[in-house]
Ligand binder design. Structure first.
Ligand SMILES: [Zn+2]
Length: 439
């Protein structure tokens, strides 16, 4: 394990009992705050017959209605541009962003000075210490940020903490590789998909990033550092340690990996996390897989209470080897309930297939899952590229048949596999879309 560093040892290692008392008090205050300031919440809670004063214990929170992204979209469509869930006058905003739009119309997000300067900083300091980033580090961000919050946030917070930050937007992949060497970058951040692509391109063009000074890779936007084969692929290409950064544009940055690498911690002094059965929306017993629901306990601009993230996780309340009592998501985010598809009587997570693909050295890291039309009787099709043009047809044939057996063993379905030319599958810089439905 790398050396353990805390941002605030006292709050990060306090007993679960003290932590939960604090969370109850913060939740009560936040519910009063949103009820008084936002018509969206007042109407919602009045309709459900619940008042902020009804919350007397943490289990009372189960009675508070959930909030969804669809509701935020509808609210902004009805009352453009901000909707009626903002708790500040819009002119108080100093930063605006949009969600990525992967799952529909983007939602507009506003942050006032307090949230952007103090809350963001407090959140990212947990991340920074969790990963072991030092003020002497040099961060390279290989993205153009535009309206995307994540990289703006990480850039700004690291800069304020004394890290040297190199904004790598507006550059080609080749120029980014050159700049990582030129500036002696020690930390990079990005989506697992793009970080893999960057690593592969560098290797192919004879300047492997394993020879750079990069020692820490921070991954976000998709499951990455907690998917074993993806982590191995990235750590092999970069010779650096991978950590997950968990957050969403709506809730900001609520989770980080620590050097113990035993799952992803939730910053429980700032967030309240629940794990619910996606069907019944009741809590699942600790240790079972369910949907992550998060409440902002401390932000002021547009706090979200009981927000459904649609991420499937397993909570662990045991104190971590790093000493933190903050609960952990075992194995990070296991998949999205939205991405999960039902095929031949089985629930399938694309990340589980991805894990099997990335275990095969003859395959590149790219893939596409083609879902046949319902009732067509066709099999699930997995499109794959060879990793190298040196692989013979015979070797590829053997790798494919071993892979098909493995998929059958793990998921009880037999897929068809199509091998396409190297570079033919789409590459993604931001969130990857690899599941295609045949119409
Ligand atoms: Zn830990």
């Amino acid at each position: 394990m790398h050396e353990i560093s805390y941002w605030n040892r006292e709050t990060e290692t306090m007993s679960r009992e003290r932590l939960q008392n604090l969370q109850l008090e913060l939740f009560q205050n936040q519910m009063h705050y949103v009820y008084e300031r936002s018509p969206f919440y007042r109407n919602k809670y009045d309709a459900a017959g619940i008042k902020p004063s009804d919350i007397k214990t943490l289990s009372d929170i189960e009675r508070v209605p959930l909030t969804t992204k669809e509701e935020l979209r509808e609210s902004q469509a009805r009352h453009p541009p901000w909707g009626d869930f903002l708790c500040i006058p819009p002119q108080e905003a100093v930063r605006v962003f949009k969600t990525t739009g992967t799952t529909g119309i983007p939602v507009r997000i506003a942050l006032n000075k307090y949230d952007w300067e103090e809350q963001f900083q407090e959140q990212f300091m947990h991340h920074m210490h969790g990963y072991g980033i030092q003020p002497s580090d040099i961060l390279f961000v290989p993205f153009a940020y535009g309206l995307h919050m994540a990289f703006w946030g990480f850039h700004t917070a690291m800069e304020r903490a004394g890290v040297t930050v190199i904004p790598g937007g507006g550059l080609s992949t080749e120029e980014r590789i050159k700049n990582i060497f030129e500036w002696g970058a020690t930390v990079v951040c990005g989506t697992p998909t793009y970080i893999l692509y960057l690593g592969e391109t560098a290797k192919r063009t004879g300047q492997p990033l394993s020879e750079s000074d990069v020692r820490i890779v921070v991954l976000g936007g998709e499951p990455g550092a907690n998917v074993p084969s993806t982590r191995r692929a990235i750590e092999g290409l970069w010779e650096a340690t991978c950590y997950d950064d968990l957050g969403s544009t709506e809730l900001y940055n609520f989770g980080f990996d620590c050097v113990a690498k035993k799952g992803t911690h939730i910053i429980e002094t700032l967030y309240y996390a629940e794990c619910l059965d996606p069907e019944t929306l009741k809590p699942v017993p600790t240790g079972e897989i369910g949907e992550l629901v998060i409440s902002n306990l401390c932000t002021k601009s547009m706090p979200l209470l009981r927000y459904r993230l649609k991420d499937l996780v397993r909570l662990n309340e045991q104190t971590c080897d790093c000493g933190r009592s903050f609960l952990r998501l075992d194995g990070g985010v296991l998949g999205r309930s939205d991405d999960m598809f039902h095929f031949a009587g089985v629930n399938i997570f694309p990340s589980a297939i991805e894990n099997l693909i990335r275990e095969v050295p003859e395959f590149s890291n790219e893939y596409q899952l083609v879902l046949p039309e319902m009732g067509s009787g066709k099999r699930l099709m997995i499109r794959i590229e060879p990793d190298s043009s040196d692989t013979s047809q015979e070797e590829m044939h053997q790798a494919v048949s071993a892979f098909v057996k493995k998929v059958k063993h793990h998921m009880t379905i037999t897929p068809d596999v199509e091998i396409v030319e190297i570079g033919k599958l789409p590459r993604f810089e931001m969130k990857a879309r690899r599941v295609v439905r045949e119409e």
